[in-house]
Design a protein around this ligand. Structure first.
Ligand code: FES
Length: 523
């Protein structure tokens, strides 16, 4: 151990609301809200890597594209990723062979590998200054139990012909029992990469709208789709709609909320005392630890990620940052810790993303979601698949990722467990005892409080202004909980998140939390 926790550089200078390295170092133009009625060949809902790449590829095919984002472009999961581009997705290939057989497991690898190559080539061909660096990816075991799992994964690599290499040690000062190295992967600055696509979309005349929430109900007439804004004031007609909005904006009876769960994880950027040897690392046990290098102001940083948990289920999110800071500082020393941020990921029942037709009965509404923590490669893959589908070209990966696979899937057991968990959260949230009162809140503190005999969400900002909200999630009525690390209200049932004012940050909820007035204080 290099460093005691008391010696770790203070992060008290960090902004009150965490900001990622990517967001701090990239500026995007701002775009208007959708107003009135308009039309396009394809409407892409969601301004992250999947949405922008889809819009870009289709525009290059000569289609008229409109992209609509609920908030600001690239401020969702893409702005908060660790930005590893790899087909090494933790312990997955052994599991995929067990669930789907070798052929589909191999296709999963090849699909991701193709996306990795696409991104590397794209950055090179267009001379995009996005710090794209080729790296070896390592999956490592630290205990005997983890080693058993890693060996099964290694057998899966060999069966599938994945060009990995078994390693007894790592380039890092970390004692391991074994590791699988996958050469030829990459890391990059995701927003600088996507900045290029935004510029190209502007130059090519694609329409981009921000702060525009599309309602779930889609009207269909004369072979065209009509999408409406949530307030009903504006609409857009198209031949195809693509849901690239992290949580699907369109459900169509497919019950995506019951087939996905949301997890939050944390990242700290440390400036190491010892030089980082390169490589991208992730352990195969728990708690998760992920490492990769990055550059900032001419200095080398190391991004340390991990401490994942189900959304709305953390006791103290600030402690998650502190744990990662201690881990990084112990491993490499830390001169400075200039950034910390967190991300939300959606995970499917069988760990394989849902990419394809959103429901059985409409081939014109497509969805991509559930990338777990690997959305750089799978988001790009989804865009490539959507391009092929809309341009009526065959794509050999469709069957592996189809959201319709669910019915015959062994993940049904997960479905029951997951939804039993949601039912439990729904009840537990309603009957949990509340001890705090509004008057007890200090500045910059939030909590569930008792207000007029009921539960309410309260946050007092740094200047003492109180924000009092109905703590019932507007999606399906679970109770939200306070996330002190992000100053947000998070729902444990399907992962909706709201800022301290009650505005939606993450769906599936589309309506804000209801504000309450402080008529009286409960004694
Ligand atoms: Fe579904 Fe809150 S996200 S009830």
């Amino acid at each position: 151990m290099r460093m005691a926790s008391s010696e770790i550089p203070s992060t008290s200078e960090l902004p009150q609301f965490p900001e990622s390295l990517w967001e701090r170092t990239t500026e995007f133009p701002r775009f208007p809200r959708l107003q009135g009625e308009t039309n396009a060949d394809v409407v892409v809902v969601g301004g992250g890597i999947t949405g922008l790449t889809t819009a870009y590829l289709l525009m290059k095919e000569g289609l008229q594209v409109a992209l609509v984002e609920m908030g600001s472009l690239l401020h969702g999961t893409t702005g908060h990723t660790t930005a590893k581009i790899t087909a090494q997705h933790g312990l997955i290939y052994d599991q995929l062979i067990g669930h789907f057989g070798e052929e589909k497991a191999r296709l999963y690898y090849e699909a991701n590998e193709e996306a990795v190559r696409f991104m590397q080539n794209f950055a090179k061909e267009h001379g995009i200054d996005c710090g794209m660096v080729e790296e070896d990816a390592y999956l490592f075991a630290e205990s005997d139990d983890e080693l058993k799992d890693l060996k099964k994964e290694w057998t899966a690599y060999q069966k599938l012909g994945i060009p990995g290499e078994w390693q007894e040690s790592l380039p890092l000062p970390l004692l391991v029992k074994g590791a699988i190295k996958l050469p030829g992967q990459a890391r990059f600055h995701p927003l600088q990469y996507l900045h290029f696509m935004v510029q190209e979309l502007q130059k090519g005349g694609a329409a981009i709208y921000e702060h525009t929430t599309i309602a779930e109900k889609v009207d269909k007439a004369n072979g065209r789709l009509n999408l409406h804004t949530e307030d009903g004031a504006s609409s857009i007609t198209c031949n195809y709609a693509v849901s690239a909005s992290h949580f699907p904006f369109y459900d169509g009876g497919a019950m995506y909320f019951s087939r996905l769960h949301a997890e939050r994880s944390y990242i700290v950027a440390i400036e190491p005392e010892t030089s980082f040897p390169g490589g991208m690392y992730i352990n195969c046990g728990n708690p998760k630890r992920s490492l990769r290098a990055a550059e900032w102001n001419g200095k080398q940083l190391v991004l340390v990620g991990g401490e994942g948990h189900k959304t709305g289920k953390a006791l103290c999110t600030i402690r998650n940052y502190e744990t990662l800071e201690l881990y990084g500082a112990s491993l490499l020393g830390a001169k400075n810790i200039p950034f910390r941020w967190s991300a939300q990921d959606l995970i499917t029942l069988d760990q394989v993303p849902y990419i394809g037709q959103a429901t059985n009965d409409d081939p014109h509404i497509l969805v991509a979601t559930g990338f777990a923590k690997w959305g750089m490669s799978t988001g790009t893959l989804a865009a490539l698949m959507f391009r092929d589908r809309i341009m009526k070209r065959d794509n050999r990966y469709e069957e592996v990722f189809t959201p319709q696979r669910f019915k015959a899937d062994p993940g049904l057991k997960n479905f029951i467990v997951q939804n039993a968990g949601v039912a439990k959260d729904l009840v537990a949230g309603k009957i949990g005892l509340v001890h705090r009162k509004v008057d007890e809140l200090k500045n910059d503190e939030g909590a569930i409080v008792k207000h007029l005999g009921k539960r309410a969400g309260a946050y007092r900002d740094e200047k003492g202004q109180l924000y009092l909200l109905d703590a019932t999630c507007t999606h399906m009525g679970c109770e939200v909980d306070w996330n002190e690390g992000e100053r947000s209200w998070d729902c444990p049932c399907h992962g909706s998140r709201f800022n301290y004012k009650g505005e939606v940050i993450e769906g599936p909820a589309t309506q804000p939390l209801t504000p309450l007035t402080q008529h009286q204080h409960e004694g």
